[in-house]
Write a protein that binds this ligand. Structure first.
Ligand SMILES: Cc1cc2nc3c(=O)[nH]c(=O)nc-3n(C[C@H](O)[C@H](O)[C@H](O)COP(=O)(O)OP(=O)(O)OC[C@H]3O[C@@H](n4cnc5c(N)ncnc54)[C@H](O)[C@@H]3O)c2cc1C
Length: 267
């Protein structure tokens, strides 16, 4: 659904060709600016109840009433919300078995992208040590040079910040030579430790999960509809997939709301 493994990993002509220079966080910030106080931060949803006329979403800071709800949390996180009426067995099975992988990420900055002078692209794949993929994510040719490193959480997340940094820098030295020893900045994040993020971009679904429970990824539960990248038919596990499901679900809800208005007018 993403054009094959090579396409997913490729830079030129592949999924890793483009990135947001101002960071992807900027997208969320600008959308939030337009939505104003409709965006409620630090407000986990605890319970969603529904009746014939709409849904009631309960949070720690109050209730919200709406015609429909779209839940975009990853399937495993649906379990953090209590549904009334309860989810059917197939949807419960999905929540139990659709576990996410875990991935950690480090950014290492240098005065210049020194590896380019040695004819290196900054892209590496290795199966030894903590770092298993690197990409050159430098903002421009004049510097600074920035290497992004995907790190294996099993040999990364359990260490303190200094050890994590040492592990990453040492491996960049092994890959790119002694100039990698002296970065000017370093930042990492263990995504698996985030309570509300899935932890990794792709699921590690057990045998038979898709066959037994896959339908529940997208099948609405009454007035509750599901979106988010895990529900994507194409580009699941990426931001592209997430946006496609947002559009799909918003269109579905718009159709339902128009129908409700028509039915209300004809009564
Ligand atoms: C390390 C890493 C690297 C990645 N790299 C790339 C990349 O290079 N390119 C790419 O396209 N994708 C990448 N991804 C994947 C990409 O980040 C996801 O596919 C995308 O963010 C999914 O968007 P989403 O809206 O479906 O889910 P999310 O962004 O996870 O949004 C779901 C939201 O639901 C909220 N939520 C959960 N439970 C509740 C609750 N009970 N109440 C209220 N809110 C709740 C969460 O706080 C979250 O904000 C990467 C992911 C990781 C972890």
């Amino acid at each position: 659904a993403a054009g094959g493994l090579n396409h997913m990993l490729d830079v030129e002509g592949g999924a890793n060709e483009d990135r947001f220079v101002e960071t992807t966080q900027e997208i969320a910030k600008r959308v939030a600016e337009r939505l104003g106080d409709r965006v409620r931060l630090e407000t986990p949803v605890r319970r969603i109840t529904q009746d014939d006329h709409g849904v009631t979403v309960r949070t720690d800071s109050g209730e919200i009433r709406a015609g429909y709800a779209i839940v975009t949390a990853a399937p495993a996180h649906r379990a953090t919300i209590e549904f009334e009426p309860a989810l059917p067995e197939q949807a419960e099975g999905l929540v139990r078995t659709w576990r996410m992988g875990v991935l950690s990420k480090a950014f290492v900055a240098y005065e210049k992208p020194f590896w380019r002078a040695d004819g290196c692209s900054g892209e590496a794949v290795t199966d030894t040590g903590t770092v298993f993929i690197t990409f050159d994510v430098s903002p421009g040719p004049g510097g600074p040079g920035v290497l992004m490193a995907f790190c294996d959480p099993r040999v990364f997340d359990g260490f303190g910040p200094e050890t994590r940094r040492d592990l990453v820098v040492q491996q960049l030295v092994d890959l790119y030579g002694p100039q990698a020893r002296t970065p000017i900045d370093y930042l990492d994040h263990c995504w698996g430790s985030e309570p509300f993020a899935p932890g990794g971009p792709h699921p590690v679904a057990g045998p038979h999960t898709t066959v037994s429970y896959g339908k529940a990824l997208t099948e609405p539960h009454g007035r509750i509809h599901w979106a988010g990248t895990e529900t994507a038919g194409e580009w699941a596990g990426t931001m592209n997939g997430a946006v496609l499901t947002g559009q799909r679900t918003a269109e579905n809800i718009a159709t339902l709301l128009s129908r409700d208005v028509r039915q209300g007018a004809s009564r």
